[in-house]
Design a protein around this ligand. Sequence first.
Ligand SMILES: [Zn+2]
Length: 438
Amino acid sequence: MKDNTILIKNALILNPNNDFKDKRQSILIEDNIISQISDEIDEGSAEKVIDASGKILLPGFVNTHTHLSMALFRGLADDLSLDSWLNDHIWPMEANLNGDYCYIGALLGAVELIKSGTTTFSDMYFYMEDVARAVDESGIRAVLSYGMIDFGDAEKRENEFKENLSLFENCNGMANGRIKVFFGPHSPYTASEELLIRVRELADKYNMGIHIHVSETQKEINDSLEEKGLRPFEYLDKIGFLGPDVVAAHCVWLSDSEIEIIKKNNVKVSHNPCSNMKLASGISPVSKLIENDICVSIGTDGASSNNNLDLIEELKTASLLQKVSTLDPKVLTSDEALAMGTIKGAEALGLENEIGSIEVGKKADIILIDTDSANMVPDSSNLSSNIIYSANGSNVDTTICDGKILMENKKLLVLDEQEIYSKAKKAIIELKELREAI
Ligand SMILES: [Zn+2]
């Protein structure tokens, strides 16, 4: 028996590429790697054995756009336009944030991610070294970026580079390689042309990815046309900012020529349907993007505009929204939605050789979904339909990330849930008091 080995037996594997379908297999995990998939692995070879009978095994979900610490602002302000939501509610609260608040918010978010089957998330926010601390302790995998905003101010710009680069120096490769650091220029309307051009130069120099919000609202398009005479993607293309290492969140308002620009530059899209619906931002033309072979992944955005981080719910919403907006029930199938939530997310983050599917040699980021639940009976003949349309995050039974079991039989093994809940409740009370004191 080898140390640090886990055998998952009787596993019905649901892979985005449909490998191993309809046949129960055993999976051997050695350290953090999937080392064997076979029906002939000896049980005695592993330190820990998990029986996956009655469960569906799939790769951990990948959430490519969120602001994890904003879990603290869940339900703070609803039913508002993006403008008023940001200006009157979110930004005044964010003014009093500090590293401790962001740490507790990130832990709260991490509990929710693990419990609903997400093993990797891509984050853009502030106090990111405190978020990295929460990632390290929770055992999850993350791509972290600092939200750079300069509004054309040169002094502020210097500070934003200092922040994002020190995050890179201190945290890239941290937590047994589970943390990667990207640049996070907030958007083309909050970051100046100088900032964006320098991000591109440094991203090339340090081989860092880029995480940015683009074309979220119609107002953003109108302002861009008025100020620059170009739509957002036309402008980003003109200044040489785009490339295959760019993950653009939202991409709601796209002209046909912008879809061509995204395709030409192999930009990765993060689709955030719940946030776009809740803020009435619009509907991203996702089925058209997929038709054009563009890599579309999925994100929840922050819990303050969603209001949860349940990726299964997000994928179902993505699928249904495309069907109703195109009046075609055949678009964005459950198979395509499953790929969006797994391998396409991995590809968007440049991690497709490490995660996003169940394959020998890949990192052991694995979840088990319990089918012994009213909403999962009877089994559909199509496993992806069972997961995308019938399941939700609370059906997730076991979550493994980087070969470590973070949750088993719906019990969290890595963090003290109740302590985190009470600290998070206290934090939001304090933040509301600080805001009223201004
Ligand atoms: Zn966002």
